[in-house]
Write a protein that binds this ligand. Structure first.
Ligand SMILES: *Cc1c(COP(=O)(O)O)cnc(C)c1O
Length: 222
């Protein structure tokens, strides 16, 4: 992808988000674009930063550690989201580096995050990932356990949980998954819904997404 192509893609995605928001009777700025920069080198990320984009998503702690400290020095107001599974032995690095951890999905991780946040004095926003498709190989708390887990994160661990995240199964219509996630969030009074990727963000916005996570439609194929 050339610089021109990336910038054109970014403008198209921004315009599409605004149009989708208006069609749903929502304000365009009610939806935050998280540009997913995983696997893409820093020079390509810089193009998007220079165009004003500030929220980014990465899947791996190690990759983000290699890429983002320098970019952050150039752009201190960046907000970095962790989108991939988090192992408990990487919690210290994750709390130090990320502003949002979107993949909180099990009690052991919740406890480790709470301890690390207390120790580090840094409290990244947390989203609970829900495995809405109940896929055995996928991360995320199972729907049947979601209510209890969300309450445990808030009450027992005191985590700064502000929202939910899901990745619908590939090859299934995403809308029921997005509607389901929204319903769980509503029950718990959580305002943030991270749902929608390059292939399905229009649907996600129509169902209340506040954050869409978009990689391919901006940076091209990985
Ligand atoms: C890679 C990834 C995305 C971006 O996917 P695209 O289809 O490239 O837009 C969004 N969310 C998560 C959790 C991802 O791993």
């Amino acid at each position: 992808m050339s610089v021109e192509e990336i910038l054109a893609n970014l403008a198209t995605v921004q315009a599409t988000i605004s149009d989708a928001a208006r069609e749903s009777g929502r304000m365009p700025d009610a939806i935050t674009l998280v540009a997913v920069s995983k696997t893409h080198p820093a020079e390509r990320v810089r193009v998007v930063l220079a165009a004003g984009q500030r929220e980014f998503g990465e899947n791996r702690v190690q990759e983000a550690q290699a890429k983002w400290p320098d970019l952050r020095r150039e752009y201190p107001d960046v907000r970095l989201h962790l989108l991939g599974p988090l192992q408990t032995n990487k919690v210290a690095e994750a709390v130090a580096l990320f502003d949002v951890i979107e993949t909180v999905d099990r009690p052991k991780l919740a406890l480790a995050l709470a301890r690390q946040m207390a120790q580090a004095g840094r409290r990244p926003d947390c989203y609970i990932q829900v495995n809405t498709g109940e896929e055995p190989q996928k991360a995320g708390v199972m729907p049947a356990e979601a209510d209890a887990f969300i309450q445990a994160c808030l009450k027992d661990h005191g985590l700064p949980v502000v929202g939910l995240m899901c990745i619908p199964p590939t090859g299934e219509a995403p809308a029921p998954h997005f509607a389901f996630l929204r319903e769980i969030a509503r029950r718990h009074g959580l305002a943030t819904l991270s749902m929608g990727m390059s292939g399905d963000y229009l649907t996600a916005i129509s169902l209340g997404a506040t954050h869409v996570r978009i990689g391919t439609a901006i940076f091209g194929d990985r």
